[in-house]
Design a protein around this ligand. Structure first.
Ligand code: GRG
Length: 304
């Protein structure tokens, strides 16, 4: 099987990133139902919500973690698509009037604005089902590993993961949370899927040892929190045009964030600290973790 080739490992990070993003875009377009397949409006809306947008950070994490275990590229591609389908579903539902009620996502009208609320609800439901369907296909991986990966993604997405974090988030509006409460909310809402992306990538290749799995998990948790702290900082420092989504929403909605909890400067220091902890967790992997190291820097320094 096609694994990460020597040529790929020599690519500069921006070229590697563009390569993975392009590969994932093509794979998603292939995995999604055709736009003209019945029910065409639902399938068009699913493609609208998933294709042509987004940084694809979670797929990049799958591929980067796959380099630790010399994972076959076709398997990484499927795992990356599954995680991105779950992420796309969460954004569609999060933008709906019953949740964050937003009109702009990835620089375009949100799914319920472009289509309608009932369609957006079904888009989220269908993207979630498709994520599990593609992981469950017979040629994806050997049985026990496939079950482990399915369970991992299911738990990360559900009430003890992303959906649970969203419930805590909705209940926290207008309240003051202390740091452990904020951390739990984000570990579930944003962190669980990022952690799943990293662990799935690690599971795609030759089995990692117990110590390696622990180190990877430590990295994944720090990276998930780092992503969110940077997101909070960008929400109050970047423009709507740059972000492609409505800036300043957290403060306007009286949402607890790292910036509201600790102020902008301390939030920046906290992000730098988390980045350092994430990198420290990778130290035992040496050169194999190069892409994860580069991605951590990308997440820390991202501008949108
Ligand atoms: C509706 C079950 C359910 C969950 C929603 C992920 C989420 C939970 C809500 C999204 C709201 C939000 C802005 C969270 C902050 C972190 C985050 C997930 C940002 C968006 O992810 P990016 O920046 O987006 O990776 P792109 O568009 O680049 O894919």
């Amino acid at each position: 099987m096609d694994t990460v080739s020597g040529a790929a490992t020599r690519l500069l990070f921006p070229d590697w990133m563009r390569g993975v993003q392009g590969r994932v875009e093509t794979a998603l377009a292939r995995q999604l139902p055709a736009a003209e397949a019945i029910p065409a409006r639902l399938h068009q809306a699913m493609r609208y919500a998933t294709l042509n947008g987004g940084k694809r950070v979670r797929p990049l994490l799958v591929f980067a973690a796959g380099e630790l275990s010399e994972a076959p590229l076709p398997r990484l591609e499927v795992a990356a698509c599954a995680v991105e389908l779950i992420h796309s579903y969460s954004l569609v539902h999060d933008d709906m009037p019953c949740m964050d009620d937003d009109v702009l996502r990835r620089g375009r009208p949100t799914c319920h604005v472009e289509y309608d609320e009932a369609t957006a609800l079904l888009v989220g439901d269908s993207l979630q089902s498709l994520a599990f369907e593609i992981l469950a296909r017979a040629d994806f991986a050997d049985g026990p590993r496939q079950l482990e990966m399915l369970a991992l993604l299911a738990r990360a997405s559900g009430s003890c993961g992303m959906a649970g974090g969203q419930a805590i988030d909705l209940a926290a509006v207008g309240r003051t949370l202390d740091q452990p409460e904020l951390e739990l909310m984000h570990a579930l809402k944003t962190g669980a899927l990022i952690r799943a992306a990293v662990l799935l990538g690690g599971l795609c290749g030759t089995a990692l040892g117990a110590d390696e799995r622990d180190s990877l998990d430590r990295f994944a948790k720090r990276a998930g929190l780092l992503f969110q702290v940077v997101d909070d900082i960008l929400d109050c420092t970047a423009s709507t045009v740059t972000l492609g989504k409505t800036a300043g929403k957290d403060a306007a909605a009286a949402k607890p964030t790292y910036v509201s909890l600790m102020g902008l400067e301390r939030a920046r220091e906290f992000a730098a600290d988390l980045g350092g902890q994430a990198l420290a967790a990778l130290s035992s992997f040496g050169e194999r973790s190069r892409r994860l190291v580069e991605l951590t820097d990308f997440i820390t320094q991202r501008k949108f």
